[in-house]
Ligand binder design. Sequence first.
Ligand code: G3I
Length: 373
Amino acid sequence: MISRRALLAASAGLGLARARAQPLDASLGADAQSAGLLFGASIGREAFDDPAYGDLYRREAAVVTTDVALKFDWLRPSPERFEFGPADAIFEFARAARKKVRGHTLIWNDNAPAWLKALSLREIERTFDAHIERVVERYAGRVHSWDVVNEPFWPMDGKPGGWRDGPWFAAMGPAYVERAFRRVAAIDPAAKLTLNEAQCDNDRDWGRQIRPLLAGLVDRLQQAGAPLQAVGLQSHLQPQWPADYAAFAAYAAGFGARGLEVYISEFDVNDQSFPDDVAVRDAAVAAVAGRFLREALAVPAVKMVVCWQLGDGYSWYRGIWRRAHPGAARNPRPLPFDDALREKPLRSALGQAFAMRRASFEKPGFALKNHAG
Ligand code: G3I
């Protein structure tokens, strides 16, 4: 167990206590930009229902990722209906506020509605092509990057090759991945086409299994000449499990060596193993993030950090936690802003990591680690 004193000392050592006391004078988006990075967060209707939350995105983010709005089950409640309203609202917000947009996600075997699963394999294949065409055509030219395929691997499903099971995989096998990339590229050639994957940041058996599977898929796609420009490593950090962030950075650099960009695409920190005390917990979250970001941002191929929402109150962990612990006083605090949208030590840790990366550009003899070398 980490002591309260050790955690607070660690956060003070990072300069977090001092930074917390000071008013904000720059945005994370601007800080990141000066370090050659895009910073942003996933976004949903919460940012429109809560104007202060929308303002936080306007101030801090340079890029927004559609959280649930473009997921198949949200977009396609029935075979004929496309509910484009929520995604359209995000694109309009981004246009007005001059933010880039990441489209998440076109193809994922996990979020299939019952009507899709009930189709024949041939119909699923036709739906796959038609879905990509309809969605990509609507937003083409306005998307920084598409998560073309999300989380292709889930060895726990028991499929040969560790593939995640679901309708697309059932209908086409592993070939669905390359097919998706080629179809998106044909419609929206300006967007950076991204393969997005979970778990690669931990050394639990999940991370250890998925890392080589993802690297192998990237190699095969490149050998086939598929239009792939980036790999998204979600980085929902799970400090309750073992992790080696230097090894993670070397893994990310391997994609750079293959000519790809790398996005830290869904960043947050699971705080379940940290003490109840909020100050201690927030310091522990910031310390983990600092260790991770110091390694990851030293990799030149890493070009983006996207948090999965900005404020704790809107984290995906909240729903899971409340269902598991009804009535609990404690709530997950995985993000850089608290429930009242006040900045937390995690925000300072992000700012410091961006500053360190910028310094590595500016100071001679302090070059970015070239793991790819
Ligand atoms: O909005 C409804 C609400 O009306 C209802 O009362 C409640 C009952 O459970 O559900 C609410 O919807 C939930 C929704 O999140 C709210 O945004 C869904 O149940 C819940 O399944 C959904 O979870 C989303 C999850 O993906 C599954 O699609 C999370 O918001 C979303 O942040 C999460 O994002 C994923 C990435 O796409 C891929 N990587 C992992 C990441 C985190 O799980």
